[in-house]
Ligand binder design. Sequence first.
Ligand code: HPA
Length: 270
Amino acid sequence: MLERIQEAADFLNGKMRCHPELAIILGTGLGSLVHEISDKQEIDYADIPHFPVSTVEGHGGKLIIGRLGNRDVMAMQGRFHYYEGYGMKEVTFPIRVMHALGIRKLFVSNAAGGTHPDFKVGDLMMITDHINLFPEHPLRGHNIPYGPRFPDMSEAYSKEWVELAMRLAGEKGWLLRKGVYLGTQGPTYETPAEYRMFRLLGADAVGMSTVPEVIVARHCGMKVLGVSVITNVAASADAVAEASHEEVQQVADAAQPRMTTLMKELINRI
Ligand code: HPA
Protein backbone atom coordinates (compact mmCIF):
# COMPACT_ATOMS: atom_id res chain seq x y z
CA MET A 1 0.00 0.00 0.00
CA LEU A 2 2.68 2.49 1.04
CA GLU A 3 4.67 1.66 -2.07
CA ARG A 4 1.69 2.28 -4.33
CA ILE A 5 0.98 5.59 -2.62
CA GLN A 6 4.61 6.60 -3.02
CA GLU A 7 4.71 5.61 -6.69
CA ALA A 8 1.63 7.69 -7.43
CA ALA A 9 3.10 10.62 -5.48
CA ASP A 10 6.48 10.31 -7.22
CA PHE A 11 4.77 10.35 -10.60
CA LEU A 12 2.83 13.49 -9.70
CA ASN A 13 5.86 15.19 -8.17
CA GLY A 14 7.67 14.66 -11.44
CA LYS A 15 4.84 16.27 -13.41
CA MET A 16 3.47 19.07 -11.28
CA ARG A 17 4.64 22.60 -12.03
CA CYS A 18 3.63 23.79 -8.57
CA HIS A 19 3.28 22.10 -5.20
CA PRO A 20 -0.04 22.95 -3.54
CA GLU A 21 -0.69 22.69 0.18
CA LEU A 22 -4.44 22.60 -0.32
CA ALA A 23 -6.68 20.12 -2.13
CA ILE A 24 -10.35 20.39 -3.04
CA ILE A 25 -12.66 17.49 -3.76
CA LEU A 26 -15.18 18.80 -6.26
CA GLY A 27 -18.38 17.00 -5.38
CA THR A 28 -21.73 17.52 -7.00
CA GLY A 29 -22.24 21.27 -7.09
CA LEU A 30 -18.65 22.39 -7.23
CA GLY A 31 -17.50 21.23 -10.65
CA SER A 32 -17.48 24.76 -12.05
CA LEU A 33 -14.77 25.80 -9.61
CA VAL A 34 -12.26 24.44 -12.13
CA HIS A 35 -13.09 27.37 -14.43
CA GLU A 36 -11.69 29.70 -11.79
CA ILE A 37 -8.35 27.93 -11.62
CA SER A 38 -5.63 29.63 -13.66
CA ASP A 39 -2.28 28.33 -14.97
CA LYS A 40 -4.04 25.00 -15.09
CA GLN A 41 -2.38 21.65 -15.43
CA GLU A 42 -4.61 18.61 -15.89
CA ILE A 43 -3.61 15.04 -15.14
CA ASP A 44 -5.97 12.16 -15.95
CA TYR A 45 -6.50 9.64 -13.17
CA ALA A 46 -5.91 6.94 -15.77
CA ASP A 47 -2.29 8.15 -16.18
CA ILE A 48 -1.45 8.07 -12.47
CA PRO A 49 0.01 4.77 -11.29
CA HIS A 50 -2.43 2.79 -9.06
CA PHE A 51 -5.08 5.53 -9.11
CA PRO A 52 -8.62 4.18 -9.31
CA VAL A 53 -10.49 5.15 -12.46
CA SER A 54 -13.95 6.73 -12.37
CA THR A 55 -16.82 4.52 -13.54
CA VAL A 56 -19.42 7.24 -13.99
CA GLU A 57 -19.93 8.14 -17.62
CA GLY A 58 -18.89 11.64 -18.53
CA HIS A 59 -16.71 11.86 -15.41
CA GLY A 60 -13.31 11.06 -16.85
CA GLY A 61 -11.71 11.89 -13.56
CA LYS A 62 -8.69 14.15 -13.37
CA LEU A 63 -6.55 16.22 -11.09
CA ILE A 64 -6.45 19.89 -11.87
CA ILE A 65 -3.50 21.75 -10.46
CA GLY A 66 -3.16 25.51 -10.62
CA ARG A 67 -3.77 28.84 -8.99
CA LEU A 68 -7.00 29.77 -7.21
CA GLY A 69 -7.07 33.21 -5.63
CA ASN A 70 -3.79 33.59 -3.80
CA ARG A 71 -3.01 29.88 -3.52
CA ASP A 72 -1.82 26.88 -5.45
CA VAL A 73 -4.45 24.15 -5.29
CA MET A 74 -5.05 20.61 -6.43
CA ALA A 75 -8.66 19.89 -7.35
CA MET A 76 -10.05 16.37 -7.74
CA GLN A 77 -12.60 16.37 -10.53
CA GLY A 78 -14.44 13.11 -9.99
CA ARG A 79 -14.39 11.19 -6.74
CA PHE A 80 -14.81 7.52 -5.96
CA HIS A 81 -17.98 6.41 -4.23
CA TYR A 82 -18.34 3.23 -2.21
CA TYR A 83 -21.66 2.48 -3.99
CA GLU A 84 -19.81 2.26 -7.30
CA GLY A 85 -18.18 -0.90 -5.99
CA TYR A 86 -14.79 0.46 -4.96
CA GLY A 87 -13.32 -0.76 -1.70
CA MET A 88 -12.63 1.79 1.02
CA LYS A 89 -8.88 1.64 0.25
CA GLU A 90 -9.62 2.81 -3.30
CA VAL A 91 -12.16 5.45 -2.26
CA THR A 92 -9.54 7.03 0.01
CA PHE A 93 -6.37 6.36 -2.05
CA PRO A 94 -6.25 9.91 -3.46
CA ILE A 95 -6.21 11.37 0.07
CA ARG A 96 -3.16 9.33 0.98
CA VAL A 97 -1.45 10.44 -2.21
CA MET A 98 -2.26 14.07 -1.37
CA HIS A 99 -0.69 13.54 2.03
CA ALA A 100 2.43 12.06 0.42
CA LEU A 101 2.60 15.23 -1.73
CA GLY A 102 2.67 17.42 1.36
CA ILE A 103 -0.96 18.55 1.20
CA ARG A 104 -2.28 19.29 4.69
CA LYS A 105 -5.50 21.18 3.98
CA LEU A 106 -8.59 19.61 2.45
CA PHE A 107 -11.84 21.20 1.25
CA VAL A 108 -14.67 18.79 0.45
CA SER A 109 -18.06 19.37 -1.12
CA ASN A 110 -21.06 17.17 -1.71
CA ALA A 111 -24.80 17.04 -2.38
CA ALA A 112 -26.99 15.92 0.50
CA GLY A 113 -30.59 15.41 1.50
CA GLY A 114 -31.73 17.74 4.27
CA THR A 115 -33.23 16.16 7.39
CA HIS A 116 -33.22 19.35 9.48
CA PRO A 117 -36.80 20.69 9.43
CA ASP A 118 -35.69 24.25 8.59
CA PHE A 119 -33.52 23.35 5.63
CA LYS A 120 -34.67 24.33 2.14
CA VAL A 121 -33.71 22.97 -1.23
CA GLY A 122 -30.65 24.90 -2.44
CA ASP A 123 -29.28 25.79 1.02
CA LEU A 124 -25.56 25.46 1.65
CA MET A 125 -24.48 23.80 4.90
CA MET A 126 -21.08 23.92 6.60
CA ILE A 127 -20.40 20.44 7.94
CA THR A 128 -19.64 20.70 11.66
CA ASP A 129 -19.41 16.98 12.33
CA HIS A 130 -20.34 13.64 10.81
CA ILE A 131 -21.89 10.28 11.61
CA ASN A 132 -20.27 7.33 9.88
CA LEU A 133 -22.80 4.71 8.83
CA PHE A 134 -20.75 3.14 6.03
CA PRO A 135 -20.62 -0.64 6.41
CA GLU A 136 -16.81 -0.78 6.14
CA HIS A 137 -14.34 1.47 7.95
CA PRO A 138 -11.65 3.06 5.75
CA LEU A 139 -9.00 2.45 8.44
CA ARG A 140 -9.90 -1.21 8.94
CA GLY A 141 -6.87 -3.50 8.75
CA HIS A 142 -3.17 -2.85 9.23
CA ASN A 143 -2.63 0.67 10.55
CA ILE A 144 -0.65 2.74 8.08
CA PRO A 145 1.47 4.74 10.51
CA TYR A 146 0.42 8.18 9.29
CA GLY A 147 -1.44 8.38 12.53
CA PRO A 148 -2.44 6.35 15.57
CA ARG A 149 -4.28 3.03 15.49
CA PHE A 150 -7.20 4.67 17.28
CA PRO A 151 -7.45 8.18 15.85
CA ASP A 152 -9.17 11.00 17.63
CA MET A 153 -12.29 12.30 15.87
CA SER A 154 -13.29 15.07 18.27
CA GLU A 155 -12.77 17.73 15.60
CA ALA A 156 -13.12 16.05 12.23
CA TYR A 157 -14.04 19.40 10.63
CA SER A 158 -11.98 22.40 11.69
CA LYS A 159 -14.02 24.54 14.10
CA GLU A 160 -11.86 27.51 13.15
CA TRP A 161 -12.80 27.09 9.49
CA VAL A 162 -16.51 26.64 10.25
CA GLU A 163 -16.41 29.86 12.26
CA LEU A 164 -14.53 31.63 9.51
CA ALA A 165 -17.18 30.55 6.99
CA MET A 166 -20.04 31.66 9.24
CA ARG A 167 -18.37 35.05 9.78
CA LEU A 168 -17.82 35.46 6.05
CA ALA A 169 -21.49 34.59 5.35
CA GLY A 170 -22.56 37.10 8.02
CA GLU A 171 -20.47 39.86 6.44
CA LYS A 172 -21.81 39.14 2.97
CA GLY A 173 -25.41 38.58 4.03
CA TRP A 174 -25.47 34.99 2.74
CA LEU A 175 -27.67 32.36 4.33
CA LEU A 176 -25.29 29.60 5.41
CA ARG A 177 -26.48 26.64 7.46
CA LYS A 178 -24.35 24.44 9.63
CA GLY A 179 -24.95 20.91 10.73
CA VAL A 180 -24.12 17.24 11.02
CA TYR A 181 -23.62 15.16 7.85
CA LEU A 182 -24.52 11.51 8.03
CA GLY A 183 -22.71 9.32 5.52
CA THR A 184 -24.40 6.19 4.27
CA GLN A 185 -23.50 3.86 1.41
CA GLY A 186 -26.44 4.42 -0.96
CA PRO A 187 -27.13 4.08 -3.81
CA THR A 188 -30.78 4.24 -2.79
CA TYR A 189 -32.09 7.50 -1.41
CA GLU A 190 -33.77 7.04 1.95
CA THR A 191 -37.24 5.78 2.72
CA PRO A 192 -39.37 8.15 4.79
CA ALA A 193 -38.71 5.96 7.83
CA GLU A 194 -34.95 6.12 7.21
CA TYR A 195 -34.94 9.93 6.91
CA ARG A 196 -36.86 9.99 10.22
CA MET A 197 -34.39 7.62 11.81
CA PHE A 198 -31.40 9.67 10.63
CA ARG A 199 -32.98 12.82 12.03
CA LEU A 200 -33.44 11.04 15.36
CA LEU A 201 -29.81 9.97 15.26
CA GLY A 202 -28.73 13.59 15.03
CA ALA A 203 -28.28 14.15 11.30
CA ASP A 204 -29.06 17.47 9.62
CA ALA A 205 -28.19 16.12 6.19
CA VAL A 206 -27.51 12.74 4.63
CA GLY A 207 -25.31 11.78 1.71
CA MET A 208 -23.27 9.00 0.14
CA SER A 209 -19.71 10.34 0.23
CA THR A 210 -17.22 12.47 2.16
CA VAL A 211 -17.04 10.55 5.46
CA PRO A 212 -14.43 7.98 4.28
CA GLU A 213 -12.19 10.67 2.76
CA VAL A 214 -12.46 12.87 5.85
CA ILE A 215 -11.61 10.00 8.21
CA VAL A 216 -8.47 9.21 6.23
CA ALA A 217 -7.55 12.88 5.94
CA ARG A 218 -7.83 13.31 9.70
CA HIS A 219 -5.78 10.17 10.30
CA CYS A 220 -3.07 11.79 8.16
CA GLY A 221 -3.30 15.00 10.17
CA MET A 222 -4.99 17.14 7.52
CA LYS A 223 -7.24 20.05 8.44
CA VAL A 224 -10.68 19.66 6.86
CA LEU A 225 -13.53 21.87 5.70
CA GLY A 226 -16.76 20.43 4.26
CA VAL A 227 -19.78 22.00 2.57
CA SER A 228 -23.02 20.31 1.49
CA VAL A 229 -25.56 21.55 -1.02
CA ILE A 230 -29.00 20.55 0.22
CA THR A 231 -30.53 19.16 -2.95
CA ASN A 232 -33.71 17.67 -1.53
CA VAL A 233 -35.47 17.73 1.82
CA ALA A 234 -37.33 15.28 3.97
CA ALA A 235 -39.08 18.01 5.86
CA SER A 236 -41.79 16.15 7.67
CA ALA A 237 -42.33 12.56 8.54
CA ASP A 238 -45.00 11.87 5.98
CA ALA A 239 -44.16 14.42 3.34
CA VAL A 240 -40.90 13.20 1.90
CA ALA A 241 -40.62 14.57 -1.59
CA GLU A 242 -39.45 12.05 -4.14
CA ALA A 243 -35.69 12.19 -4.65
CA SER A 244 -34.20 11.78 -8.10
CA HIS A 245 -30.67 12.06 -9.40
CA GLU A 246 -31.82 14.57 -12.04
CA GLU A 247 -33.26 16.85 -9.40
CA VAL A 248 -30.21 16.48 -7.16
CA GLN A 249 -28.03 17.40 -10.13
CA GLN A 250 -30.20 20.37 -11.13
CA VAL A 251 -30.31 21.86 -7.65
CA ALA A 252 -26.58 21.30 -7.21
CA ASP A 253 -25.91 22.99 -10.57
CA ALA A 254 -28.05 25.97 -9.57
CA ALA A 255 -26.09 26.27 -6.32
CA GLN A 256 -22.72 26.14 -8.09
CA PRO A 257 -22.05 29.88 -8.32
CA ARG A 258 -22.72 30.33 -4.58
CA MET A 259 -20.69 27.28 -3.62
CA THR A 260 -17.81 28.39 -5.86
CA THR A 261 -17.80 31.92 -4.40
CA LEU A 262 -17.87 30.57 -0.85
CA MET A 263 -14.96 28.22 -1.47
CA LYS A 264 -12.92 30.85 -3.30
CA GLU A 265 -13.39 33.44 -0.56
CA LEU A 266 -12.50 30.90 2.11
CA ILE A 267 -9.35 29.87 0.28
CA ASN A 268 -8.27 33.51 0.23
CA ARG A 269 -8.88 33.88 3.95
CA ILE A 270 -7.28 30.80 5.46
N1 HPA B 1 -29.79 10.90 0.51
C1 HPA B 1 -28.55 10.45 0.28
N2 HPA B 1 -27.70 11.06 -0.54
C2 HPA B 1 -28.10 12.18 -1.16
C3 HPA B 1 -29.39 12.70 -0.97
C4 HPA B 1 -30.28 12.03 -0.09
O1 HPA B 1 -31.44 12.42 0.13
N3 HPA B 1 -29.48 13.82 -1.73
C5 HPA B 1 -28.29 13.97 -2.36
N4 HPA B 1 -27.45 12.97 -2.03
